[in-house]
Write a protein that binds this ligand. Structure first.
Ligand SMILES: Cc1cc2nc3c(=O)[nH]c(=O)nc-3n(C[C@H](O)[C@H](O)[C@H](O)COP(=O)(O)OP(=O)(O)OC[C@H]3O[C@@H](n4cnc5c(N)ncnc54)[C@H](O)[C@@H]3O)c2cc1C
Ligand SMILES: *[C@@H]1O[C@H](CO)[C@@H](O)[C@H](O)[C@H]1NC(C)=O
Ligand SMILES: *[C@@H]1O[C@H](CO)[C@@H](O)[C@H](O)[C@H]1NC(C)=O
Length: 438
């Protein structure tokens, strides 16, 4: 292993773990292994959208032309609709109350295609399947970590990144050990995800089916829509070169946020009747669309209580493991990609060596935790606002611009700027440590 400065183990090969693996594989002196519990990499059949902030990262990784091929349209940077917000919870035709737009608009994909771009960019020999992590041990602070898997095998690494999703086992062990060591029992409240109070119905519709009604094109084939009503809203947008429409229909009990939902499993199939009954009395454009979903699935949406820490010595959390959030700003995958980009930039930097790994992880946390948690909270608050339960209630002239301001984080900083800030923090903290030692 000459020339290798350290070995990174990535637990979980979802969007976050694979993006990290691809970004790290650009550094020949870092050894990367991905341990995935499932028998192969997979995503669910549904849509995923990203904003220009995430596109900047994909371009940086040299993957923009691959992603452009599978987007709803080729992203060209021109101003586009983020979402068209309508008041829709009445039988009469609704009306727009706010139009959110941004350079690039929202860039939409089929999830399976999205993941495949990362899978294809992964070097050979990096992925290991059927490796469900059970625990890790570190006998000495400066030595390697040992990983224990459910197939009775073990592996060694110098740093472990938990990219193992909302029910992360790495988060559980990391917070339990930290709580035991520091006496901060409060940390234990952040292990289990809590219910957001929201349940959603999901489905995909071939655009042809939707358009053929009355021979007119349905508005959502072209424009990402946000149909809003009291304690409910419906999101729809086209993916796969506008051939399919992805629908997410939400219904909420805001007073139940933070409780434990009794529904297990979190995802089940349900009847079309249940979905239609939920939006009975909504404007025809919404009802017509929902009638095209024959076999909806129902999801109980959970999020994390914002974590006070993402790292411990040589273990880090990334993506949903660190900040699983509600989907109302289309940001969970984008934030996972941003974590991966910043962490890879730090690990690849010359200031990061086996000896300075814990400090590099602190730099990652310093930059990523405030924004990750901000988006987690903001995403939840936006969902409340879409359903007229925020401070603005249904005062639509006030509500629209307030919804727009929720997105300010999209362009207040840039990922490249954040990566540079993380490296500055690392270099300065290492210099300060040297001064202290003298
Ligand atoms: C309805 C809905 C809509 C959404 N829409 C959007 C959107 O439009 N835009 C957006 O940016 N985000 C969206 N999100 C959020 C986004 O899907 C997630 O934030 C993102 O997929 C998280 O990726 P991840 O890699 O962190 O976790 P995951 O995708 O959950 O991947 C975790 C991986 O780890 C593996 N694993 C788990 N445990 C272990 C273990 N012990 N050992 C080994 N492997 C393990 C799993 O098998 C899995 O492959 C949405 C979420 C929902 C629920
Ligand atoms: C792992 O080891 C245990 C105890 O030795 C054994 O019962 C189990 O069958 C083993 N599992 C696998 C997958 O080899
Ligand atoms: C962010 O984008 C919006 C819309 O394009 C623009 O009005 C605003 O000035 C931008 N903010 C910053 C800080 O660049």
């Amino acid at each position: 292993m000459s020339g290798v400065k350290f070995r990174v183990a990535i637990c979980g090969g979802g969007i976050g773990g694979l993006c990290l693996a691809v970004a790290l594989s650009r550094h020949p002196n870092i050894k990367v292994e991905v341990y995935e519990a499932a028998a192969r990499f997979k995503e669910i059949g549904a849509g995923v959208m990203i904003w220009s902030r995430t596109w900047e990262i994909l371009a940086h990784l040299g993957l923009d032309s691959n992603f452009a091929e599978i987007a709803h349209a080729i992203p060209d940077g021109s101003d586009g609709v983020g979402f068209d917000y309508r008041k829709s919870d009445q039988p009469m035709e609704g009306h727009r109350f706010y139009l959110f737009h941004r350079p690039y608009g929202c860039i939409r994909f089929h999830r399976a295609h999205f993941l495949d771009v990362f899978v294809d960019a992964l070097p050979d020999g990096v992925a290991h399947f059927g490796k469900r992590l059970l625990s890790y041990t570190q006998n000495n602070l400066h030595g390697p970590l040992e990983l224990q898997f459910s197939d009775n095998t073990t592996a060694r690494c110098d740093i472990l990144v938990g990219c193992d999703g909302i029910k992360s086992i790495v988060r559980k062990q990391m917070l339990e050990e930290k709580a035991a060591k520091t006496g901060q029992g409060e940390l234990l409240h952040h292990i289990d995800p809590v219910w957001t109070g929201t349940v959603i119905y999901r489905g995909l519709i071939p655009v042809d089916r939707l358009n053929n009604r009355d021979g007119l094109e349905h508005r959502t084939a072209e424009t990402p829509m946000m149909y809003c009503g009291k304690s409910k809203h419906v999101v729809s947008y086209s993916i796969s070169r506008r051939s399919i429409v992805n629908v997410v229909a939400c219904t909420s009990h805001p007073e139940l946020e933070g409780t434990v939902a009794c529904d297990e499993p979190w995802v089940v199939e349900c009847t079309q009747k249940e979905l239609l009954d939920c939006y009975d009395g909504w404007e025809p454009e919404v009802v017509d669309m929902l009638k095209c979903i024959e076999k909806p699935t129902r999801w109980v949406i959970h999020h994390l209580r914002p974590l006070p820490t993402y790292v411990s010595n040589k273990v880090a959390l990334l993506g949903d493991a660190a900040h699983a959030m509600s989907p109302h700003q289309g940001a969970g995958a984008g934030q996972a990609i941003e974590d991966a980009f910043i962490l890879a930039h730090l690990l690849g930097h010359q200031a990061t060596s086996l000896a300075t790994l814990p400090q590099a992880l602190l730099a990652y946390e310093h930059v990523r935790l405030p924004l990750g948690n901000h988006v987690l909270r903001g995403s939840y608050e936006s969902g409340v606002m879409y359903e007229f339960n925020g401070p603005q209630t249904d005062e639509l002239q006030v509500l629209g611009p307030a919804i727009g301001r929720q997105w300010n984080w999209l362009n207040e900083t840039t990922p490249v700027g954040e990566a540079e800030r993380a490296v500055r923090w690392l270099v300065e903290s290492l210099q300060a440590a040297v001064v202290e030692e003298r």
